[in-house]
Design a protein around this ligand. Structure first.
Ligand code: LLP
Length: 430
């Protein structure tokens, strides 16, 4: 069990969160004069998820999606697993990978809008593949590689026009979406590659969306890629090295105290799929959330309580600048009190401090009694929490901690107000 209460104190695996929060807050206050929210990650959970993924799909290689949780210290844990590389979407993410000791050959570079400088950077670092999303991008990569006297390894990202059941904002696999090549563009791309001396096609890729619970779209997408790989073989007289089905495996955001993984995406259903089992191709995945999602919490404190007729608004010290998912996707993250005062329950809205009506972490949830300064743990904040953080309302970015064995380590300092403002203050200086 990942979370449980012992004598009214919340434990996360072996970690007593009340004790741990006190230790963290003492450090933040004494060393950094910081007293806001913070993220805590658990290395054991990351490792469990990495092992589970690799073990269930033993034929596959994985490219962890850096955008889900990109702290360099987290990437160093991913690096311990030899069949894991990185899926990146910017020069900044490549740099993170390199700082975590990944080599270019372990990095695939996706994204619809790769800039010239980013393509040059990827070529210089000899990345494994550019996952190409448009004809114009393919031509640009060919031209840049030619001018540098290099051969660019590319994989074509295909838009499969397959619907996946998830939030509208995180669907990517439909023809109307901006991602990937349509079937006509795919044919044209093969012609361009055949004629080009600076492009080498090494794979086919697709990505259906994120927080997907059903394996069916993956099976359909695999069938499509296998079919397209046959066309490549025919047209280019050479097989591709790999097929990548992207990321998107969903986690169970509903769960908190019991059966935290009960309603996870079933990797096994893919492992058992005939086409997967018998494929002559290397099949890759790019999981992000499935690896990092459960590994993080956001700790926040109650600032004020406001009584309404049927419920109470608890205004807390973190909001959409630290976790935008509830405001942006109406996502639900379980919230637990770090230390229960009693068993009397009430209905709470957990509101952030930001001046936006959508700035809530949760609405109408049942919690035991809250008072000022009580700590709340917002669960499943490993993925797309800190990485989507912002300075809106001129709030500094929150610090990050990692539980490793029985220690808690600072892995990102709190941003000071000076650091936040320095780009402006120093802008006109020589
Ligand atoms: N591969 C590609 C090409 C992607 O675009 C993504 C995510 C992934 C892999 C990893 O997907 P994952 O396994 O983490 O679902 N901010 C949203 C999620 C956006 C996902 C963007 N692309 C959220 O908070 O739900």
């Amino acid at each position: 069990m990942y979370f449980c209460y012992k004598n009214d104190v919340l434990f996360w695996l072996e970690a007593d969160l009340n004790k741990l929060c006190l230790e963290i807050e003492t450090l933040l206050e004494n060393k950094y004069r910081y007293n806001g929210p913070y993220y805590v990650y658990h290395a054991d959970i990351l490792r469990k998820r990495l092992q589970l993924t690799a073990k269930t799909l033993p034929k596959s290689r994985f490219f962890y999606s850096v955008k889900s949780l990109s702290n360099i210290h987290i990437l160093k844990i991913i690096k311990e697993y030899e069949n894991f590389g990185l899926d990146v979407v910017s020069e900044g993410e490549i740099l993170r990978g390199i700082l975590a000791d990944f080599e270019g050959k372990d990095i695939v570079f996706a994204g619809v809008g790769k800039k010239r400088s980013e393509i040059i950077f990827g070529l210089e670092k000899n990345i494994k593949s550019f996952h190409v999303e448009s004809i114009e991008e393919l031509k640009k990569i060919a031209e840049i590689a030619l001018s540098l006297g290099k051969t660019a390894s590319v994989a074509l990202r295909v838009n499969p026009n397959i619907e996946a059941d998830t939030h509208e904002y995180i669907k990517t696999g439909l023809d109307e979406n901006k991602f990937g090549l349509s079937s006509n563009e795919f044919t044209l791309a093969l012609e361009i590659i055949r004629e080009s001396s600076s492009l080498n096609l090494n794979g086919l890729q697709t990505h259906l969306g994120s927080q997907i619970k059903d394996s069916k779209p993956y099976k359909d997408a695999l069938a499509l890629l296998v079919n397209l790989a046959g066309i490549v073989k025919e047209k280019l007289s050479k097989p591709v090295d790999y097929l990548s089905l992207g990321g998107g495996f969903g986690i169970d955001y509903e769960s908190s105290l019991k059966d935290i993984t009960a309603n996870d995406f079933s990797l096994k259903e893919i492992a058992d799929y005939e086409l997967y089992k018998n494929s002559e191709y290397q099949i890759d995945f790019e999981p992000g959330r499935f690896i990092s999602g459960y590994s993080g919490i956001l700790v926040s404190k109650v600032l004020y309580l406001k009584e309404k007729k049927d419920f109470i608004i608890a205004v807390v010290d973190s909001g959409m600048t630290d976790l935008i998912r509830p405001a942006l996707y109406k996502a639900k993250h379980p919230i637990l009190t770090v230390k229960k005062r009693n068993e009397a329950k009430a209905i709470y809205d957990i509101a952030g401090p930001i001046c936006e009506s959508s700035d809530y972490l949760a609405k109408k949830i049942e919690l035991t009694e809250l008072k000022q300064n009580d700590r709340l743990a917002v669960l499943h904040c490993g993925a797309y929490a800190s990485t989507m953080g912002s300075n809106y309302n001129s709030r500094p970015l929150a610090p990050e901690f990692l539980i490793e064995e029985d220690k808690v380590i600072l892995i990102r300092k709190p941003q000071s107000l000076d650091e936040m403002l320095t780009l402006e203050i120093s802008a006109n200086k020589a």
